[in-house]
Write a protein that binds this ligand. Sequence first.
Ligand code: UDP
Length: 266
Amino acid sequence: MKYHRILLKLSGEALMGQQQYGIDAERLMQYASEIKTVAATGVQIAVVIGGGNIYRGVEAEAFGLDRVQGDYMGMLATVINSMALQSALEKLEVSTRLLSGLTIQRVCEPYIRRRAVRHLEKGRVVIFGAGIGSPYFTTDSAASLRAIEIEADVVLKGTRVDGIYTADPEKDSTATRYDEITFDEVLSKNLNVMDMTAFTLCKENNLPIIVFDMNTEGNLQRLLDGESMGTLVSDGKPGGRDGRKSLLDPKQTLLQPLVGNQPEQA
Ligand code: UDP
């Protein structure tokens, strides 16, 4: 197992399952059990979950309401989802902490970086709620920023699509999936991986992103076991942020560093 600390980004929309709104209990429990499986292997896991299944700030704007107010409502929606995930994990006897970008002290701890790292070191699953706590951002930005702050090895973006495609696979049947792609190629090809703020944070800090299908049961563990899936976005150069060899090295297969045949860092 190569990755020591991961940041898992889940969209709020995915939590709806087949519903039109809110939280699908089955999907929630599936996510919780996938996280439990991975946590049991000793990987430190932080989770950022979106709020799109409940509210997005842009919806307020569409109604002619204040965007900033709407964004705070969206942030509160992410806290609701985070609380649901926390409960689901606790039901499965996984130790968790919910740290919020907005102060809501009856239900969660405030986000304090050192505290987050300490919880992770103790083997607790850390959930970051309320995004970064500021309007005009998204939970993708929160995922990138928190991952950099806690020195996660990778952002795993769990979606309902199994990676990054040349075009939208739901609209274009000729679209093909990239196994690996560089940050620069994503920009030059104008591919939609994350919003620009989130993506730029990852690029500038050389934090790899893997986009994968989180809705297929067992995928998270399989990905961490080194199975080839999804799309890896990296700088494509040897010696990334932690000095590991590039995953784009032609002598290596996709995601090989995940399976631990590279020399471990000290
Ligand atoms: N949001 C925000 N600042 C943040 C994170 C989230 O203002 O740091 C608001 C924003 O309105 C966003 C909503 O919360 O639309 C829900 O998050 P997001 O759209 O990222 O959820 P997802 O699409 O992942 O379900």
